[in-house]
Design a protein around this ligand. Sequence first.
Ligand SMILES: [Zn+2]
Length: 145
Amino acid sequence: MAARRRGIDRAAPESAGGRLEKALLGLLAAAPKPLGTYELLPALARLEGRAVYPHQIYRALDRLIGVDLVERVECVSGHMLRGEQPGIILVCTLCGIGFQAQGADLHEALRDLAREHGFTPGRTIVEALGRCAACAQARPNVRRP
Ligand SMILES: [Zn+2]
């Protein structure tokens, strides 16, 4: 929760873009799963009291990603608040919940492995699709996540 609060506190100053960014951070902080642009649109329009267009959301998300407050979740084309440290993003394919398990070692191992092959990595992405603990317990017979 501290990371979520930190993100909201570090949002852009008051302006139309800043208000949208703060609203975005609030929605992402409250969501138990990564949210895509088209999931964010109606909620943002309701909060802003006016139409909000996808390009406005893309621009706000780009800025928030650029200042390390938001992370894109590639495997579900969504976004979530970024944790305080690099981590592994885990997404349940049954209920959609997503969260970040903290730990930088895997990212370092990926960078080291890439360098061993002469590859200069930029951004590393570590995501896993599967079943959360609640779904694994509630639906143990579901074979494929
Ligand atoms: Zn689940």
